[in-house]
Design a protein around this ligand. Sequence first.
Ligand SMILES: [Zn+2]
Length: 331
Amino acid sequence: MPVSRPITIVTHPLYLAHDTGGGEHPEAPNRLTALLAKLQASPLKDRLTIIEPRKAERCWLTTFHAEHYLFRLEECALSGKTHIDHPDNQLCFESYEAALLSAGAGLTGIDLLEGEENLVFCAVRPPGHHAESNLALGFCFLNNCVVAARYWQQQYGRKRILILDFDAHHGNGIQSAFEEDPDVFYLSLHEHPTFSFPGSGYAEEAGTGPGRGATLNIPLPPGADDQLVLNAFARRVEPALAAFAPERIIVAAGFDGHRDDDMSGLAYSTELYGRLGEHLAGWAKKFCQGKLLSILEGGYHLESLADSTATYLTALSNHSIEEEPCSSPST
Ligand SMILES: [Zn+2]
């Protein structure tokens, strides 16, 4: 009988203080409230440990972000401005500290994964994958996945990192951080940029210079369903992973491709996120001793966000990383 694996959730009450103006803004505190309530009410609850992150130290933030941008972001928040760079990126007095804690969740999670833990999910906001080195974009201020990858490399010497991004939108900030880097493989499935924010992530964008081939964009047409994604996993993702052989995997876990989420035209079911969890747990077992870091990105329909996250984590938890017993010789 397989034993369900424990999961550590890294989250912080201050994430709820990041106020995006109330009203109609989709990146709202109730996203995390709904997600955490669902996990606590699900059969997963007995397998969860919830811990608080530390703030990301400046030396890790500046592995990607420009100093002048960090000062500008802090000043915008503390001086009472309501947005930075674009009205989409609403902030408040607490937003800079919340962003530091959001970037810090990945670092705290990595410390745990380099110890005894092997499944960590960072339930954070603000999200990160659109943030550029000197620009806030798409509700993102600090690029949580980029900072985590740099930390894993530089603090723990894990050289070859895969970042798999299944958010409905292309993670332009992750791509721009690593497009010349052959050691970080950025793999994104997203709605085709012709139809979707932020307008990058064409299949032709495959990395540059020494990083050529270490970026794989798989744009999907509006209406893309589970089968298209699973086919892409079998035909494109599996071979790319086998060739790259990552030492560690980070998942940019966005749930806005769900058919009920109107932030994209994709039509994923809740069950798809369970299938993605099974694949990821299998790859983590094969390449990374079962260790996997997932960081929340998008997902704006509260019920489907909560259900999809629970389905994803249940699949990760149920996937055994024990070696299969040798079958006895047939007679
Ligand atoms: Zn998204």
